[in-house]
Design a protein around this ligand. Structure first.
Ligand SMILES: CC(C)(COP(=O)(O)OP(=O)(O)OC[C@H]1O[C@@H](n2cnc3c(N)ncnc32)[C@H](O)[C@@H]1OP(=O)(O)O)[C@@H](O)C(=O)NCCC(=O)NCCS
Length: 211
């Protein structure tokens, strides 16, 4: 498990499925995520889980509360492109289930994992123009760049909205103030460099050839 300040990320598992159905059906999530789908039935999730688990281009992670371990959201990598070392990412948290900062924590963990463990160099996503929380987390807090805007591309609440294209490159992540902390959270502490051989090491005096 990847452990952040407030949340953890771990592979999704079968007993998360009821939670995922509730998350997908939550009105505040449905209205703010970019992809639209029919409401999800809990008992239809088994087939989806079986095919999603075998899909090599997508890797979903369950966001869990760090203290209790309970599922509070979903994130991951989609459309993984090994040749170009890039992937789409997204995050959705259950409304009311997480403290302020949980979105930022999830995104920072995902970036450190993607850039320092998986081996990617670019992450991208899209955000609806009215999604202030998502823009706040990705762009303001985590250093993502706005790369473009698809005008009136998405139908939501009876009207058309612009889709904002956002992305981050590994050097931009590295330049952030919290990058080193999150790399250590994902990869562990950097091993100390080997000790230089000391002229006065006691073992030297035990070696007759060097006496
Ligand atoms: C988007 C989402 C992941 C953000 O997570 P979060 O835990 O709310 O974000 P954070 O608490 O880390 O906040 C990040 C920044 O955005 C700001 N923010 C959060 N919610 C906000 C809102 N509703 N309006 C304006 N700003 C908001 C925070 O104040 C913070 O900025 P600050 O540190 O300068 O104050 C979460 O709200 C969510 O899952 N929403 C529903 C699904 C969704 O929209 N997913 C994203 C699809 S692109």
């Amino acid at each position: 498990m990847l452990t952040g300040r407030l949340v953890g990320l771990r592979p999704m598992q079968a007993d998360d499925l009821d939670f995922f159905a509730d998350l997908a059906n939550a009105p505040q999530v449905r209205s703010h995520v970019v992809g639209w789908d029919w409401p999800v039935a809990r008992d239809a999730q088994r087939d989806w889980f079986a095919s999603a688990s075998r899909d090599p281009r997508n890797r979903r992670l369950t966001v869990v509360d760090r203290a209790s371990g309970k599922p509070v959201g979903m994130t991951g990598l989609w459309e993984i492109d090994w040749h170009n070392q890039s992937a789409l990412t997204a995050v959705k948290l259950m409304p009311g289930a997480t403290p302020k900062g949980a979105g930022t924590d999830s995104i920072m963990l995902t970036m450190a994992w993607s850039f320092y463990e998986v081996g990617l160099r670019r992450l991208h996503s899209t955000v609806l123009d009215f999604n202030a929380a998502s823009l706040g987390a990705y762009v303001r807090r985590c250093g993502w760049q706005i790369e473009g805007r698809d005008r009136e591309a998405v139908f939501r609440r009876g009207t058309w909205h612009d889709l904002i294209r956002v992305a981050i490159l590994r050097p931009e992540f590295d330049a952030g103030p919290d990058a080193a902390e999150y790399v250590e959270r994902v990869c562990g502490a950097t091993p100390a460099p080997p000790m230089p051989p000391s002229q006065d090491h006691p073992a030297r005096h035990l070696d007759p050839a060097r006496a």
